[in-house]
Write a new protein. Structure first.
Length: 256
Protein backbone atom coordinates (compact mmCIF):
# COMPACT_ATOMS: atom_id res chain seq x y z
CA UNK A 1 0.00 0.00 0.00
CA UNK A 2 1.38 3.36 -1.05
CA UNK A 3 1.16 6.26 1.37
CA UNK A 4 1.20 9.88 0.26
CA UNK A 5 3.12 12.45 2.21
CA UNK A 6 1.51 15.85 2.49
CA UNK A 7 4.02 18.65 2.75
CA UNK A 8 3.31 21.24 5.43
CA UNK A 9 6.16 23.55 4.45
CA UNK A 10 5.15 27.04 3.33
CA UNK A 11 5.33 27.99 -0.30
CA UNK A 12 8.66 29.79 -0.29
CA UNK A 13 8.37 30.96 -3.89
CA UNK A 14 5.01 32.64 -3.21
CA UNK A 15 6.36 34.25 -0.05
CA UNK A 16 9.42 35.52 -1.91
CA UNK A 17 7.25 36.98 -4.66
CA UNK A 18 5.07 38.71 -2.07
CA UNK A 19 8.12 40.14 -0.31
CA UNK A 20 9.51 41.47 -3.59
CA UNK A 21 6.15 43.08 -4.36
CA UNK A 22 6.10 44.70 -0.91
CA UNK A 23 9.57 46.16 -1.45
CA UNK A 24 8.65 47.33 -4.94
CA UNK A 25 5.46 48.91 -3.61
CA UNK A 26 7.36 50.69 -0.87
CA UNK A 27 9.87 52.07 -3.38
CA UNK A 28 7.01 53.11 -5.68
CA UNK A 29 5.29 54.94 -2.83
CA UNK A 30 8.45 56.88 -2.08
CA UNK A 31 8.83 57.65 -5.79
CA UNK A 32 5.24 58.93 -5.88
CA UNK A 33 5.96 61.09 -2.85
CA UNK A 34 9.09 62.35 -4.61
CA UNK A 35 7.03 63.51 -7.59
CA UNK A 36 4.90 65.64 -5.27
CA UNK A 37 8.00 67.12 -3.61
CA UNK A 38 9.39 67.82 -7.08
CA UNK A 39 6.15 69.49 -8.20
CA UNK A 40 5.88 71.62 -5.07
CA UNK A 41 9.52 72.71 -5.39
CA UNK A 42 8.97 73.79 -9.00
CA UNK A 43 5.80 75.65 -8.03
CA UNK A 44 7.72 77.55 -5.37
CA UNK A 45 10.68 78.41 -7.61
CA UNK A 46 10.80 78.43 -11.40
CA UNK A 47 7.02 78.22 -11.88
CA UNK A 48 6.16 80.76 -9.20
CA UNK A 49 4.75 83.26 -11.72
CA UNK A 50 2.38 80.56 -12.99
CA UNK A 51 0.41 80.81 -9.73
CA UNK A 52 0.15 84.60 -9.75
CA UNK A 53 -3.55 85.43 -9.04
CA UNK A 54 -3.26 88.64 -11.07
CA UNK A 55 -1.99 86.91 -14.23
CA UNK A 56 -4.28 87.09 -17.26
CA UNK A 57 -4.77 84.14 -19.64
CA UNK A 58 -2.64 85.95 -22.22
CA UNK A 59 0.17 86.33 -19.70
CA UNK A 60 -0.11 82.66 -18.87
CA UNK A 61 0.34 81.76 -22.53
CA UNK A 62 3.41 84.01 -22.71
CA UNK A 63 4.78 82.26 -19.63
CA UNK A 64 4.04 78.89 -21.22
CA UNK A 65 5.96 79.80 -24.37
CA UNK A 66 8.96 81.07 -22.38
CA UNK A 67 9.01 78.09 -19.98
CA UNK A 68 7.79 75.31 -22.26
CA UNK A 69 10.49 72.84 -21.28
CA UNK A 70 10.00 73.36 -17.55
CA UNK A 71 6.23 72.92 -17.80
CA UNK A 72 6.67 69.74 -19.86
CA UNK A 73 9.03 68.33 -17.22
CA UNK A 74 6.63 69.38 -14.46
CA UNK A 75 3.62 67.63 -16.03
CA UNK A 76 5.68 64.52 -16.78
CA UNK A 77 6.77 64.31 -13.16
CA UNK A 78 3.51 64.95 -11.34
CA UNK A 79 1.24 63.01 -13.71
CA UNK A 80 3.10 60.44 -15.81
CA UNK A 81 5.78 59.37 -13.34
CA UNK A 82 3.26 59.44 -10.50
CA UNK A 83 0.82 57.34 -12.53
CA UNK A 84 3.50 54.76 -13.26
CA UNK A 85 4.53 54.60 -9.58
CA UNK A 86 0.92 54.19 -8.51
CA UNK A 87 0.64 50.77 -10.22
CA UNK A 88 3.09 48.79 -8.04
CA UNK A 89 2.01 50.74 -4.96
CA UNK A 90 -1.64 49.77 -5.48
CA UNK A 91 -0.70 46.14 -6.18
CA UNK A 92 1.43 45.95 -3.05
CA UNK A 93 -1.33 47.39 -0.89
CA UNK A 94 -3.78 44.91 -2.38
CA UNK A 95 -1.41 42.03 -1.64
CA UNK A 96 -1.12 43.16 1.96
CA UNK A 97 -4.83 43.68 2.68
CA UNK A 98 -6.91 41.50 0.34
CA UNK A 99 -6.95 38.33 2.44
CA UNK A 100 -8.71 40.00 5.36
CA UNK A 101 -10.72 42.73 3.59
CA UNK A 102 -11.31 41.42 0.05
CA UNK A 103 -14.29 43.58 -0.93
CA UNK A 104 -12.81 46.89 0.24
CA UNK A 105 -9.37 46.09 -1.14
CA UNK A 106 -10.50 44.86 -4.56
CA UNK A 107 -12.85 47.83 -4.97
CA UNK A 108 -10.03 50.20 -4.01
CA UNK A 109 -7.70 48.56 -6.53
CA UNK A 110 -10.22 49.16 -9.33
CA UNK A 111 -10.31 52.86 -8.46
CA UNK A 112 -6.51 52.88 -8.36
CA UNK A 113 -6.45 51.59 -11.94
CA UNK A 114 -8.90 54.28 -13.02
CA UNK A 115 -6.78 56.90 -11.28
CA UNK A 116 -3.70 55.70 -13.16
CA UNK A 117 -5.56 56.07 -16.46
CA UNK A 118 -6.70 59.59 -15.53
CA UNK A 119 -3.17 60.60 -14.53
CA UNK A 120 -1.75 59.43 -17.84
CA UNK A 121 -4.57 61.11 -19.78
CA UNK A 122 -4.04 64.39 -17.92
CA UNK A 123 -0.29 64.35 -18.39
CA UNK A 124 -0.39 63.48 -22.09
CA UNK A 125 -3.12 66.01 -22.91
CA UNK A 126 -1.22 68.70 -21.01
CA UNK A 127 2.09 68.00 -22.73
CA UNK A 128 0.61 67.85 -26.23
CA UNK A 129 -1.46 70.95 -25.43
CA UNK A 130 1.63 72.89 -24.37
CA UNK A 131 3.33 72.15 -27.68
CA UNK A 132 0.21 73.04 -29.69
CA UNK A 133 -0.33 76.31 -27.83
CA UNK A 134 3.34 77.29 -28.08
CA UNK A 135 3.27 76.82 -31.86
CA UNK A 136 -0.07 78.61 -32.19
CA UNK A 137 1.11 81.57 -30.12
CA UNK A 138 3.59 82.50 -32.84
CA UNK A 139 0.83 83.08 -35.41
CA UNK A 140 -2.38 83.73 -33.45
CA UNK A 141 -1.89 84.67 -29.77
CA UNK A 142 -5.62 85.21 -29.20
CA UNK A 143 -6.50 81.74 -30.46
CA UNK A 144 -3.64 80.29 -28.43
CA UNK A 145 -5.15 81.81 -25.28
CA UNK A 146 -8.56 80.29 -26.04
CA UNK A 147 -7.06 76.87 -26.80
CA UNK A 148 -5.05 76.83 -23.59
CA UNK A 149 -8.10 77.82 -21.53
CA UNK A 150 -10.00 74.88 -23.06
CA UNK A 151 -7.13 72.45 -22.47
CA UNK A 152 -6.81 73.65 -18.89
CA UNK A 153 -10.52 73.02 -18.28
CA UNK A 154 -10.25 69.48 -19.69
CA UNK A 155 -7.17 68.53 -17.67
CA UNK A 156 -8.69 70.13 -14.58
CA UNK A 157 -11.76 67.95 -14.96
CA UNK A 158 -9.73 64.78 -15.58
CA UNK A 159 -7.46 64.93 -12.60
CA UNK A 160 -6.04 68.30 -11.69
CA UNK A 161 -9.03 69.86 -9.97
CA UNK A 162 -11.31 67.37 -8.24
CA UNK A 163 -9.34 64.12 -7.67
CA UNK A 164 -12.51 62.24 -6.75
CA UNK A 165 -11.17 58.91 -8.02
CA UNK A 166 -7.93 59.29 -6.10
CA UNK A 167 -9.86 60.24 -3.00
CA UNK A 168 -12.02 57.13 -3.34
CA UNK A 169 -8.96 54.88 -3.68
CA UNK A 170 -7.25 56.45 -0.66
CA UNK A 171 -10.46 56.35 1.39
CA UNK A 172 -11.23 52.71 0.59
CA UNK A 173 -7.68 51.49 1.08
CA UNK A 174 -7.51 53.34 4.40
CA UNK A 175 -10.78 51.68 5.47
CA UNK A 176 -9.30 48.31 4.58
CA UNK A 177 -6.20 49.20 6.57
CA UNK A 178 -8.36 50.11 9.54
CA UNK A 179 -10.31 46.84 9.35
CA UNK A 180 -7.20 44.69 9.04
CA UNK A 181 -4.97 46.73 11.34
CA UNK A 182 -2.14 46.47 8.81
CA UNK A 183 -1.66 50.16 8.10
CA UNK A 184 -0.57 52.87 10.54
CA UNK A 185 -3.54 54.52 12.27
CA UNK A 186 -2.35 58.07 11.58
CA UNK A 187 -2.10 57.16 7.90
CA UNK A 188 -5.60 55.80 7.37
CA UNK A 189 -7.24 58.49 9.52
CA UNK A 190 -5.64 61.19 7.38
CA UNK A 191 -6.47 59.29 4.21
CA UNK A 192 -10.16 59.03 5.08
CA UNK A 193 -10.25 62.77 5.70
CA UNK A 194 -8.59 63.31 2.32
CA UNK A 195 -11.04 61.02 0.52
CA UNK A 196 -14.06 62.65 2.14
CA UNK A 197 -12.75 66.12 1.43
CA UNK A 198 -12.36 65.41 -2.27
CA UNK A 199 -15.92 64.11 -2.56
CA UNK A 200 -17.46 67.00 -0.63
CA UNK A 201 -15.43 69.59 -2.53
CA UNK A 202 -16.48 68.19 -5.90
CA UNK A 203 -20.14 68.20 -4.85
CA UNK A 204 -19.98 71.78 -3.59
CA UNK A 205 -18.20 72.95 -6.75
CA UNK A 206 -20.94 71.39 -8.88
CA UNK A 207 -23.69 73.08 -6.83
CA UNK A 208 -21.97 76.47 -6.99
CA UNK A 209 -21.48 76.25 -10.76
CA UNK A 210 -25.12 75.26 -11.26
CA UNK A 211 -26.29 78.26 -9.25
CA UNK A 212 -23.98 80.67 -11.06
CA UNK A 213 -25.21 79.50 -14.45
CA UNK A 214 -28.62 80.96 -13.68
CA UNK A 215 -27.18 84.48 -13.53
CA UNK A 216 -24.46 84.09 -16.13
CA UNK A 217 -23.32 86.97 -18.34
CA UNK A 218 -20.41 87.36 -20.79
CA UNK A 219 -18.40 89.39 -18.30
CA UNK A 220 -19.08 86.96 -15.48
CA UNK A 221 -18.18 84.07 -17.75
CA UNK A 222 -14.80 85.63 -18.46
CA UNK A 223 -14.22 86.34 -14.78
CA UNK A 224 -15.26 82.82 -13.83
CA UNK A 225 -12.93 81.31 -16.45
CA UNK A 226 -10.04 83.36 -15.14
CA UNK A 227 -10.91 82.45 -11.54
CA UNK A 228 -11.00 78.78 -12.49
CA UNK A 229 -7.48 78.96 -13.91
CA UNK A 230 -6.21 80.73 -10.77
CA UNK A 231 -8.01 78.29 -8.46
CA UNK A 232 -6.52 75.30 -10.24
CA UNK A 233 -2.98 76.62 -9.98
CA UNK A 234 -3.35 77.59 -6.31
CA UNK A 235 -5.11 74.42 -5.10
CA UNK A 236 -2.79 71.95 -6.84
CA UNK A 237 0.14 72.39 -4.37
CA UNK A 238 -2.24 71.87 -1.42
CA UNK A 239 -3.42 68.53 -2.80
CA UNK A 240 0.21 67.63 -3.54
CA UNK A 241 1.22 68.19 0.09
CA UNK A 242 -1.52 65.87 1.36
CA UNK A 243 -0.73 63.17 -1.20
CA UNK A 244 3.00 63.44 -0.48
CA UNK A 245 2.37 62.88 3.25
CA UNK A 246 0.24 59.80 2.61
CA UNK A 247 2.59 58.32 0.00
CA UNK A 248 5.58 58.59 2.35
CA UNK A 249 3.64 57.29 5.36
CA UNK A 250 2.22 54.13 3.78
CA UNK A 251 5.36 52.54 2.29
CA UNK A 252 7.71 53.53 5.09
CA UNK A 253 5.54 51.99 7.82
CA UNK A 254 3.36 49.35 6.18
CA UNK A 255 5.27 47.86 3.25
CA UNK A 256 8.36 46.80 5.09
Amino acid sequence: MTTQTISTQPDTSSAATSNRLMRLGGAAGLLAAGTFAYGIAMFATSLGDYTDPDATPAELVDFLVDHQGQLLAWYIGIFLVFGAALVPLALALRERLVDRAPILTNTATVFAGVWVALMFATGMISNIGIEVVADLAETDPTQATSVWSSIDAVTDGLGGGNEIVGGLWIGLISAAGFVTGRLPRCGHHGARLRGGRDGVRARLDRLVRRRRCRTASPQRDRERGRAQLVSTRVNTPRAMITDWTLCTMIPSHALR
